[in-house]
Each structure stands twice: as C-alpha cells, then as structure tokens.
Design a protein around this ligand. Structure first.
Ligand code: ZN
Length: 473
C-alpha cells in the first residue's frame, strides 16, 4: 500500500470539489478549481479545436504508477513563438517532476492539460492547467498564453491590459480581493510590487462569454496557501477601458468569433488515413486460431495515428485505440478513421489523470466527457476503458459502466522511444491472446509496427480487437 502525502491529496480533492461547483454549465474539465466566489462567474468560452487547421497536440505521458505524468499543449501553425513559450514551461515542469518524483519514487502526479480560449481571425488564446502533486510543488496552477496574428507576436496575459491602465487594473483587482476570507494584504502587495513577478502577474486571464475578464490567482499568490486559489471576474463595462488594443481584439473574438483562425501560416497537408475493413465483421475464431490484441493509448495524434492506420491496413490487422478525450476533440477525423478501419475505439479519460485519486463524480466526468467525444466522432459509444497508469479501484469501477482493460505485455515504449526495442519487446513477449500496450503518440512506436506485424503474421497470429478477443474466448 502506498502512502499518500496528505497535503497534495487534500488540495487536489478540495480543488476538484470547488471546480464542480464553479464549472457547472461549462464544458471544461476539472481545471482551475478556483475558490468559490460570491457571484457565480460567467464561464469562459471554449472553442472546438477540430476547426483549427494544421493543429497538433504535443503529448507526453507515462503509463506507470511509480512515475505518473501526462502533459499536453497545442502546436498551432503560425504561432511558433507561443508554442515555444508553452513548450519551455511544460518541459521545465516535467523535468523537475521527473527528477524529484520519478527518481525518488514518491507518490506525486503531474498533469498538464490544455484548453482553447479563443481561436478566431488573428487571435489565439490557450490556457494550460497544471496539477502537480509532488512534494516540492504547490498543487494546482494555470496560465494563459496569447498569440497576436496581426503583430505576429506572442503575448502574455498582462499584455491584454494597456500599459497606461495597469495601475488602475491592479487597484481594481485589489479592491475586489481585499476582505475576502484568507486574503493576505501583504502577499497581495508583494504579488504586484515584487520586481520578479510584477511584469508577469497575474498570468491567468481569460474572457468570459459576455466579454468580462476572469482573473485567477493560484494558491498562495494573494492569500495564505491553505485558502486555495482566488477568482475575480471584472465585468465587460469595467475592464474594457483598461484593455490594450490586442486585449480588445481578444475580447471581441471571444464574444463574437469572426471565423476561422488565420495566422498566415502555410498548412501542412492533412494526414490521410486508410480504411480496410469498413463493412466487415471480424469472423476470426480465437478458439481455433492464434489471436493477439494490439492496443494503442493516449492518441489520436497527427500525423502518427494516420501512419499507424496505414501500417495496420497493409496487414489487414485490427487494433484497439484507447483515446484521450482532449485529443479526440482535436482530431475527430482520426478517430473516425480508426472506427471505419475496423478498429475498436476505447476510452482513456479526458486528460489522463490517475482516476483513483479523483472523487467518484470527477472520475465519471473524465470518462463520460470522453465517451461523448468518441460518439460525436464515430457515431458509437465505446464499451471499454483503460484507466491511465492502469490505476483501478472499486470507486472507479462503480463510476462507469465501461469495462476496464489492462494489459499483459507492457512495452514501456513511452520510456525509451526506440523502434527496434519496441519491436523486439512485442515480438519476444507476445503470447496467444496477449493484450499488448503501446502508445501511438510516439513516432518510434508507430515505426515499430511493420516489423511487429510481419514477424507475428509469419508466426500465425491474427490481430483482433479487445472486444473481439473477449467475445470469442
Ligand atoms: Zn495512457
């Protein structure tokens, strides 16, 4: 039995329960978990990422309980400077986490998920939410990143405010924070006067659907750490006079989106995914022939998943994809191609948290939201789920009707990123009716498939989906 560090667990639970209250009516997942405020805030607007041309989601994750992490951020053509800023922040946090938690075997978990705030005309806004349960970290935090296509410039949250209005804006924020339970006047002043944080605070700002500005302060920024995070929403009338020219465009494109995002970049060609068994039921009898179920987690990813589908089609091999909801939302076309190709699409949660560390309703939300995205893409609800990190308990089991799927061949492909080793591991460990765990977010794993399919086909294996394997055994 592992021991939990009390503090991060409590914070995580507290943040999640508050998020439930705050995000009702909002499609966002357990994200900021801001401290509940008197008035129910207008939700920040969300965007359909599948409309962003050339979008790639940069994913990194483990599937191991002793080192649980999952990070993601978007790479939008034309917004390279913004992507570079997110990459630096995400990779920095991940490196620190892997050093502190993974190397020492502590029980923390790092999760960084993304959300589009606006993607319209020449304005792009993204929010990254980090939950870090490692002992050295301070729980939950979020930051928004902005790209100004007109100026061709990456912008931070404070750039939404005009230079000349910054003092009035900060005074307005302080007025709304003072007197709230747990707010500490000294840390409030420090946040805005400390030369180290002055230019970058506050770093989490997003427009609401009605043009107001929601500012979220992470735990410890303006109050005692135990008090959690704070949320201030400035009305449209209040904040508009303080906005910079870019801030006004970002506000306008949030409230009344003016069409497709166009940052002037040439779009990479959309990945072409083949189909190979569109109409057929699989009549493979696993009682009579040697079957194996290849499974691919954490996708879909462009272009890796399309390449993988091409490899599978060449061998008329079927597989099972345990997809992550935020990637399904970005690439529904790839999920549709999986289903049309005769493969099975399963559920791997919305943003890859350890479900056993969530409350039952949060675990259910992670799975339900992903099933809905899969159904929107393919027309069919999944029946299987794979819990991230293989972490399963009775709370998670009873939170869903989906049937859990673990694995018996672990390639650990996320760890070493070596095609030859992935192929060697699968070919060496494969047994009749094995369920093999791989990840289609890694090009090195996808590149191993031709060799795996060739070698196992030569040994008489038939590649079937998990549901087919279960049904015919
Ligand atoms: Zn996974």
């Amino acid at each position: 039995m592992r021991t939990h560090t009390l503090m991060p667990s409590l914070l995580l639970l507290g943040a999640l329960s508050l998020t439930t209250a705050c995000s009702s009516g909002s499609p966002e997942p357990a994200s900021a978990g801001p401290r509940a405020t008197a008035a129910s805030p207008s939700p920040i607007r969300t965007v359909d990422p599948s409309r962003i041309k050339g979008l790639e989601i940069v994913n990194d994750s483990s599937e191991q309980r002793s080192c649980p992490f999952a990070t993601s951020y978007p790479d939008v053509p034309g917004a390279e400077a913004m992507t570079a800023a997110m990459k630096k922040d995400v990779e920095g946090r991940l490196a620190t986490f892997r050093e502190s938690a993974c190397e020492n075997g502590s029980d923390g978990e790092l999760n960084i998920s993304h959300q589009f705030l606006v993607a319209s005309a020449d304005v792009l806004g993204v929010r990254l939410t980090t939950r870090d349960g490692s002992a050295a970290a301070d729980g939950q935090s979020a930051r928004t990143y902005w790209y100004d296509g007109k100026a061709g410039t990456y912008r931070t949250a404070p750039d939404l405010i005009a230079q000349g209005s910054r003092d009035a804006f900060i005074t307005g924020l302080k007025e709304r924070l003072k007197g709230r339970e747990g707010v500490d006047a000294a840390s409030l002043d420090d946040t805005f006067s400390d030369p180290a944080t002055r230019a970058s605070a506050p770093d989490d700002m997003a427009f609401t659907a009605d043009g107001g500005l929601r500012v979220t302060f992470d735990r410890g920024e303006v109050g005692t750490p135990a008090a959690g995070s704070y949320l201030v929403t400035l009305s449209k009338e209040t904040v508009t006079p303080w906005l910079s020219a870019f801030g006004k465009r970002a506000q306008r494109q949030t409230v009344t989106p003016g069409g497709s995002l166009d940052l002037g970049a040439t779009q990479p060609p959309a990945p072409v995914a083949p189909t190979h068994t569109a109409s057929g039921d699989d009549d493979t009898d696993c009682k009579k022939v040697t079957c194996i179920a290849l499974t691919f987690d954490d996708g879909p990813a462009a272009p890796e998943t399309a390449t993988l589908l091409t490899h599978l089609a060449q061998y008329k091999a079927r597989a099972t994809f345990f997809t992550v909801g935020q990637n399904v939302a970005a690439h529904p076309d790839l999920v549709r191609a999986e289903a049309r190709g005769g493969h099975e699409v399963g559920n791997h949660s919305w943003n890859h948290p350890d479900l056993t560390k969530l409350r039952s309703e949060q675990a259910a939300y992670q799975l339900n939201r992903t099933s809905a995205a899969i159904k929107a893409a393919t027309g069919q609800e999944p029946t299987l789920f794979r819990p991230p990190y293989g972490a399963l308990n009775s709370t998670v089991r009873s939170a869903t009707r989906l049937s859990p799927v673990l694995w018996d061949v672990d390639t650990e492909d996320w760890k070493y990123r070596d095609s030859a080793k992935v192929a060697q591991t699968v070919i060496g460990k494969a047994q009749r009716n094995s369920v093999v765990l791989m990840h289609d977010i890694h090009p090195t794993s996808v590149a191993a498939l031709p060799q795996i399919l060739r070698a196992l086909t030569a040994r008489g294996y038939h590649f079937v989906t998990v549901s087919h394997l279960r049904a015919t055994l």
